[in-house]
Design a protein around this ligand. Structure first.
Ligand code: ADP
Length: 486
C-alpha cells in the first residue's frame, strides 16, 4: 500500500481512514500488508510503536542527481509502516503540513519514485501495489516505464480514486524530475497529457492509464464520474479504460468506530443500552458549555471545503437554531476565505448557549461529537463516498444527506426510500439550496419532537446496518485476484 495518508498518524480526511481500515481487513484475512508513507514531521509520532531506522542509505534518482533518504519502520496500531525521509535542501516533508504546499507536485512525485526505489533496493516484490489518489498516481507509471525493466515484474497495480476534484495537474518538469523524460511520448492524450490544458501533465490520468485496475469509493460515484460532469475532465480517459474500472463502497473500521468500546466517550452504549447515549450528549454539552435543555443536537464534522456545501452548512446552523435545535461543528479549512467565513460565524454565535463551532482538527473530540449528537448533516455538493454519515449511523446519530455520490448508496430516506421501513436510516434531499436542506431538516426535527419512537427506530436501523470492511474487503481481494500476475 503506497499512500499519502494513514489514520491515525497521517490523516486529513477519509483517505487516511480507508488506508488503515482496508489494510487491517486484508491482514485479518491472512494477507501480508506493508504500507509506505512519507515521514512527515507532523506525523502523530505517539501513535507509532517501535519506530526505528531500517535503511540508512537510500539514494533516489531525482533530476540529474540522487537524493539521500533514510527509511524508518514502525507499527501503527498493528499495521507495518515504512516512512521515507529524504535529506534534501527542499525539506519535502518537514513543512508542518501534509498538503497545501506550492511544490506538492514535486513532494509527491519524489515520494512515488522513492517508494519504488525502496522496494527495488530491498527486494520487495508484492503481488499487488495498491495506491491512492493523485499523490501516488505516478507509481504505476514509474513501475511500468522504469522499474519493470529493472526486474520488478511481479507486482500489479490497483489504483483507487478517492476524489477527482484533485488530479495533480502539473508541468513537464515532473517528467525530468522523476526520470521519465521523453516529453513527446508522455505528452500524448493516451498517456499523461491533461485533457483541458495540452501543455500540462495530469498525474491522476497517468495513474488511471497505467494501473491494472481502477476503483473508486462507491458504486454511485463510479457511475457519476463515467456519466456526468463529476468526471472533472477525465471522462474520455475513464471511458477508454472502462473495462478496468469499478466502484467499491468504502468500509468503516468498526474497531475504531464502535460506541460500545470507544475510549473517547464518558461511557459505552450500544443497541441494548441506547439510553446511555444521552450520558454522552450531556458530556458533549458540558464540553462546549451548551445549556441543558430538551432539544436535539445537530452536528457537522468535516473539512470546511467548497465540496462539503459551505452555504448549506451555514444555512443549516441558522435554521437549526431557529427551529429548536442545538448545533455543534468541528472542522478546518485550508482556504483562507472559507476559514474567515467560519471565524465570523464563530464570533457571531459565541454567546449563543445552543451553538458551538470548534475550528480545528481533533480526532478524539470528533468521537464525542458523533456520539453525543442526535443528527448529523452532510450537505455535500459532491461526495465520492463520505465517511461521516457512516460513523453517524454506527453511533445512532441520524444522518441528513444530499442525494449525491456515496451518500445515495448509504443513507435511505425515512419517508421516501424504496426500502422496507427497517432499512430506512436517515433523511435525503436533492436540491443544493436552502429549501432543499430545509425540507430534510424540517422532517428530521419534526420527527424528533413529535414521534420520538419513530426517531428511535431510525437510530436503531442505522446502528444495525453493516458498513464494515467485511464486504469491501472481499471485493478488493477479488480485484487483486483478477489482476494478479499468473
Ligand atoms: P473527506 O475524505 O472528503 O475529507 P470523508 O467523509 O470521507 O471526507 O472523511 C472525513 C474523515 O475525516 C472522517 O473520519 C472525519 O471524522 C474526519 N475529520 C474531518 N474533519 C475533521 C476534524 N476537523 N477533526 C477531526 N476529524 C475530522
Amino acid at each position: 500500500m503506497i499512500a499519502s495518508e494513514c489514520a491515525p498518524v497521517a490523516k486529513v480526511g477519509g483517505l487516511g481512514d480507508v488506508v488503515f481500515g482496508l489494510c487491517r481487513e486484508l491482514e485479518i484475512r491472512g494477507n501480508s500488508v506493508e504500507i509506505i508513507l512519507p515521514k512527515y514531521d507532523c506525523l502523530r509520532y505517539g501513535e507509532i510503536f517501535g519506530l526505528e531506522l531500517t535503511l540508512k542509505d537510500l539514494w533516489v534518482p531525482w533530476y540529474d542527481r540522487s537524493v539521500h533518504c533514510s527509511v524508518y519502520f514502525g507499527f501503527v496500531h498493528g499495521r507495518k509502516c515504512f516512512f521515507i525521509d529524504p535529506h534534501s535542501e527542499q525539506n519535502f516533508f518537514n513543512r508542518r503540513a501534509f498538503y497545501g504546499q506550492g511544490d506538492d507536485d514535486q513532494r509527491f512525485a519524489f515520494f512515488n519514485r522513492a517508494a519504488l526505489e525502496f522496494m527495488l533496493q530491498t527486494g520487495k516484490h508484492p503481488d499487488i501495489i495498491h495506491c491512492h489518489d493523485w499523490q501516488t498516481g505516478l507509481v504505476p507509471v514509474l513501475l511500468y516505464e522504469i522499474y519493470q525493466q529493472l526486474g520488478m515484474t511481479r507486482p500489479r497495480v490497483c489504483y483507487t480514486l478517492h476524489n477527482l476534484a484533485h488530479q495533480g495537474v502539473t508541468k513537464e518538469h515532473i517528467l525530468r524530475a522523476t526520470g521519465l523524460n521523453r516529453h513527446a511520448y508522455y505528452y500524448h492524450q493516451d498517456r499523461l497529457q491533461d485533457g483541458a490544458n495540452r501543455g500540462a501533465i495530469n498525474v491522476m490520468k497517468g495513474g488511471i492509464v497505467y494501473s491494472n485496475f481502477v476503483t473508486t469509493v462507491s458504486p454511485r460515484y463510479a457511475w457519476e464520474i463515467m456519466h456526468t460532469e463529476q468526471s472533472c475532465g477525465l471522462g474520455h480517459t475513464l471511458h477508454v479504460h472502462r473495462q478496468k474500472i469499478g466502484g467499491i463502497l468504502n468500509g468503516l473500521d468498526y474497531e475504531v468506530w464502535n460506541p460500545e468500546t470507544d475510549r473517547h466517550l464518558p461511557g459505552p452504549y450500544g443497541l441494548a443500552t441506547l439510553d446511555q447515549k444521552y450520558a454522552t450528549k450531556q458530556a458533549l454539552r458540558q464540553r462546549f458549555w451548551l445549556r441543558d435543555v430538551f432539544k436535539p443536537i445537530v452536528c457537522f464534522i468535516g473539512r470546511l471545503d467548497h465540496q462539503k456545501g459551505v452555504p448549506l452548512i451555514t444555512h443549516a446552523i441558522e435554521y437549526c437554531l431557529r427551529h429548536g435545535c442545538q448545533f455543534v461543528l468541528l472542522g478546518t479549512s485550508p482556504d483562507s476565505k472559507v476559514a474567515q467565513h467560519f471565524q465570523g460565524l464563530k464570533q457571531r454565535y459565541n454567546d449563543n448557549p445552543d451553538c458551538h463551532l470548534e475550528l480545528g482538527f481533533n480526532e478524539e473530540l470528533s468521537h464525542l461529537i458523533y456520539a453525543g449528537s442526535d443528527l448529523i448533516i452532510v450537505p455535500s455538493l459532491f461526495e465520492p463516498c463520505g465517511l461521516t454519515q457512516l460513523i453517524g449511523l454506527r453511533y445512532g446519530t441520524v444522518p441528513i444527506v444530499r442525494a449525491t455520490g456515496g451518500l445515495i448508496d448509504t443513507v435511505f430516506d425515512a419517508n421516501h426510500a424504496n426500502k422496507p421501513y427497517a432499512e430506512r436510516t436517515g433523511f435525503v434531499f436533492n436540491d443544493f439550496n436552502a429549501p432543499g436542506i430545509e425540507s430534510a431538516l424540517g422532517r428530521a426535527i419534526g420527527l424528533w419532537y413529535n414521534f420520538p419512537q419513530h426517531f428511535r427506530e431510525l437510530m436503531i436501523n442505522g446502528m444495525r446496518s453493516d458498513f464494515s470492511w467485511n464486504h469491501p474487503g472481499q471485493n478488493y481481494l477479488n480485484v487483486y485476484a483478477h489482476i494478479r500476475a499468473k
